[in-house]
Every structure is written in structure tokens, then in C-alpha cells.
Design a protein around this ligand. Structure first.
Ligand code: CA
Length: 271
């Protein structure tokens, strides 16, 4: 999976600092399956030692740890190297989130979470660290970045160089932001893009842009691309995460909904 590879095609290393064995095992298996190289530490001291010896590409850091607390581990890691840290916790009060972000955490996720959501966050954070140009983030399997000029996904055809889009053969006129939004969702098609990532990439952190602005652009794209904008089959919402473009036009997938108890095979409860 290209997103788990660095620019020179080496698997990205994720250091997981987690005291609960069930989480360590689930994350180790789940992230390895996504193509990441996973290193495990069961407390803060071990995590700091591994980190100092060989800084990873990203750290997944539990807040509630025995010994050195996660917040302190985060502070010390950030002082050692500019590696993004995603903090994980059962705490979800705003105070804890603000504290984590003040300590330099790149993102914050609360337990229990779905592996799909976690990997989407990881990808978003890694992309933020070294963002590829819009429309051109596809990497081939041989270490040569391939720059597809044209991508066809379902009825939609996008020409990145000419900035032209057709749907079922007819030309679609898009604003600059609408084009960039569609370009991100088609790079490659099927990739889940989180709301934060889309807002970051499209409005580069401008205060004006919020989730409602994004929704407005999504709605406009749906009007221009979908047969029934009220029942989108291609520009699909991934609840609680963001959006993806489904080239097969299957619409929203039930297993992508958060909160379906019987489909949370990757979610583990904090005990
Ligand atoms: Ca814990």
C-alpha cells in the first residue's frame, strides 16, 4: 500500500506505546496489514528508549500509562525529534485534548476506535508532514513516482494537467476549490480522506474554512456529478471520518458507519 511507504519505498515505522496487551496485539496486526513497520513499547520509559535510539516516522501514544504519563512522554519525544505523535486515550474531555495538542501532539483519538478511523488519521498526519501536490500523490510500485495525468473513476474522468472534468462524457464546470477537492478524492479513487485533511489541504489552515464550508463544496460536487445528489453513489460520506470516491458507485457502505456494534471487530474496549 503506497501510503505506508516513505518516498524511497521503505515501509514507514510506527512506534506504538501502549500498556494494554489487547491493544498492542490488535494494533500490531492491523497496522502491519496496512504495510507499516510496527514497533511496540509497553510503557513510557521503553517508548522513550526506542524513540531515542531510532526515531520512527510516527508515534501512537497512549495517555494512561503506568510510570511516566503519556503527556510527559509526548513532551520529551517532541523535544528529541520532530516526529508526529498521535495521542490515544479513553479520556475525551476537551481539557485533555487541548493539553495533548499543546504538548505538540499532531492529533488525538479516543478509545474505543475503529482501525479504519485510526489509519485514516495516521495517513492524514503523515501527509500533513510532507504533503504531495494536489492531484499527484500516486506512487508506483517501483520507486518511480508515477504522475497520472488522467484518472477515470466510474463515470468521472479527470484530466489533472488540463484541469478538465467530464461525467458520463459531458463536460462539468468546477470552481478551483471544487476541482481540487475532487482531485484529492481521486488520488487515488477509493482512498478515505478525513475532513481535517481536506480542510487543511484545500484552505491551508485559514480560519474561514470550517466543516460547513467543506460540506458546501461536497454538496456542489454531488449536484454536478451524481445522478441523485441526495443519494450519492460516488462521492460517499464515511461517517465520523470524511469522504471517499467510490468508482463502482456502490454508495455508502454499512460497515463504514461508526457505532455498529457487530462490526467493530478491530475496536477494543479500554479496561
Ligand atoms: Ca492505557
Amino acid at each position: 500500500m503506497p501510503t505506508a511507504l516513505s518516498n524511497n519505498e521503505v515501509p514507514l515505522r510506527i512506534l506504538v506505546v501502549e500498556d494494554e496487551e489487547s491493544y498492542r496485539e490488535a494494533l500490531s496486526a492491523g497496522l502491519a496489514k496496512e504495510g507499516y513497520q510496527v514497533e511496540l513499547a509497553s510503557d513510557g520509559s521503553e517508548g522513550l528508549r526506542v524513540f531515542a535510539e531510532n526515531p520512527p516516522d510516527l508515534v501512537l501514544l497512549d495517555v494512561l500509562l503506568p510510570g511516566v504519563p503519556g503527556t510527559e512522554v509526548c513532551r520529551r519525544m517532541r523535544a528529541l525529534a520532530p516526529v508526529p505523535v498521535i495521542m490515544v486515550s479513553a479520556l475525551d474531555s476537551e481539557v485533555d485534548i487541548v493539553l495533548g495538542l499543546e504538548l505538540g501532539a499532531a492529533d488525538y483519538i479516543t478509545k474505543p476506535y475503529h482501525l479504519r478511523e485510526l489509519t485514516a488519521r495516521i495517513q492524514a498526519v503523515l501527509r500533513r508532514v510532507s504533503p504531495p501536490p494536489i492531484g499527484l500523490p500516486v506512487v508506483s510500485g517501483r520507486g518511480v513516482p508515477s504522475v497520472p495525468e488522467i484518472v477515470v473513476a466510474g463515470p468521472v474522468r479527470i484530466d489533472f494537467a488540463r484541469r478538465e472534468v467530464t461525467a458520463s462524457g459531458r463536460t462539468v464546470h468546477l470552481s478551483r476549490r471544487e476541482f481540487d477537492l475532487l482531485a484529492l478524492l481521486l488520488s487515488p479513487p477509493g482512498q478515505v480522506r478525513t475532513r481535517d485533511e481536506l480542510i487543511d489541504r484545500l484552505w491551508s489552515g485559514r480560519d474561514l474554512a470550517d466543516t460547513r464550508t467543506l460540506d458546501t463544496h461536497i454538496r456542489r460536487l454531488r449536484v454536478k456529478l451524481e445522478n441523485d445528489p441526495a443519494d450519492p453513489h460516488y462521492l460517499v460520506t464515511v461517517r465520523g471520518v470524511g469522504f471517499r470516491f467510490d468508482a463502482e458507485g456502490r454508495g455508502e457502505q454499512p460497515h463504514e458507519h461508526q457505532g455498529h456494534r457487530d462490526d467493530r471487530s478491530h475496536a477494543v474496549e479500554e479496561t
